[in-house]
Design a protein around this ligand. Structure first.
Ligand code: 8YV
Length: 311
């Protein structure tokens, strides 16, 4: 049967469904990776990856029979797309099905940071409430929200923030003429003109460290950064020092530069909320993502049109 290489653990339902249909190899359980690849390279026709591991040039080169890379993610930054294109390898991802969850989480992070939800929870649990030194928080409704990347997720964040009466502005490579939100042609200008800055773009060479010191300074001591994109969108040491020195008001972070490592300087701060990359992490959405991965692989091997093709 068709060999499918799953590169890292991601979802047990997906594993079971793949196992029913294909000869599934779990790469993370393999102790001797290169010996394993040498033995199985001619039977592996598909790779399944996610946001932490995909198919880099090295893996693609070593798999001569590779036909398709199906990612259990919308982000494609762990796949060498140019190499796939060059070799005629198909690529699929999981767009749309996770948009609502990621946008919901972005709004959740805004509320959590501004209203200090996690800090307040710790206040109750630790018994501090009985000593009664609760400090006031910051209103969310009406805050100016700036969005980097007005794709599916960025638009879903905007729509939700509109319901909180937030004026919306955005940065993207090009202005979207049909969109009524205010466009800024640069990230620094956007940051200087919003209270909450949301990273919702894909990670590419152009968007790596798109949040740098200049952007952080433009956002300023009352500004809040929300990152539901990728850790490397942010120059993390710059973000950490700005938060520690209170040059930035706060941050809600679902992603980090070196996951699962999170800078420990952040652990003591009450103006940050830290999540373990769970934007798409609901039972419903992860199942829908898994079904898309399976559907794409089945379509490919039955010579039918792919459900969500990228390459
Ligand atoms: C992860 C994501 O892929 O879709 C993306 O780009 O980052 C997430 O959905 C998921 O956590 C992988 O297991």
């Amino acid at each position: 049967s068709i060999g499918v290489l799953m590169v890292c653990p991601m979802n047990s339902y997906l594993e079971h469904e793949l196992e029913k249909r294909f000869n599934l190899f779990r790469f993370w359980t393999v102790p001797e990776k290169s010996a394993f690849l040498a033995t199985n390279k001619n039977s592996i026709r598909a790779v399944v990856g996610n946001s932490s591991a995909g198919a880099d040039a090295e893996l693609i080169e070593v798999l001569p029979k590779l036909e398709i890379v199906a990612s259990f993610s919308v982000g494609l930054d762990k796949i060498d797309l140019a190499k796939c294109k060059e070799k005629g390898i198909r690529v699929t991802n999981t767009p749309d099905v996770l948009t609502d969850d990621v946008a919901d989480l972005a709004i959740g992070l805004m509320l959590a940071v501004l209203r200090k939800l996690c800090e307040s929870d710790r206040y109750v649990r630790s018994g501090k409430w009985k000593k009664g030194d609760y400090r006031l928080t910051t209103k969310f409704t009406g805050k100016k929200v700036g969005i980097i990347g007005l794709g599916r997720i960025g638009m879903a964040v905007a729509k939700r923030a509109e319901a909180f009466s937030c004026p919306i502005s955005y940065y993207s490579r090009t202005e979207k003429p049909e969109i009524k939100y205010k466009y800024y042609p640069g990230v620094v200008e956007l940051a200087a003109n919003c209270d909450i800055l949301v990273v919702a773009c894909s990670l590419t060479e152009e968007t790596l460290h798109i949040i740098n010191r200049e952007v952080i300074d433009a956002l300023g001591p009352k500004g809040v950064l929300i990152n539901v994109g990728r850790g490397p969108h942010v120059d993390e040491p710059e973000l950490v020092s700005a938060l520690v020195e209170r040059r930035l008001g706060g941050a809600g972070l679902d992603v980090f530069e070196h996951e699962p490592e999170v800078p420990e300087e952040l652990f003591g701060l009450d103006n940050v909320v830290l999540l373990p990359h769970v934007g798409s992490g609901t039972v419903e959405t992860r199942q829908a993502m898994a079904d898309l991965v399976i559907g794409n692989l089945e379509a490919h091997f039955l010579n039918r049109p792919l459900l969500t093709p990228v390459v």
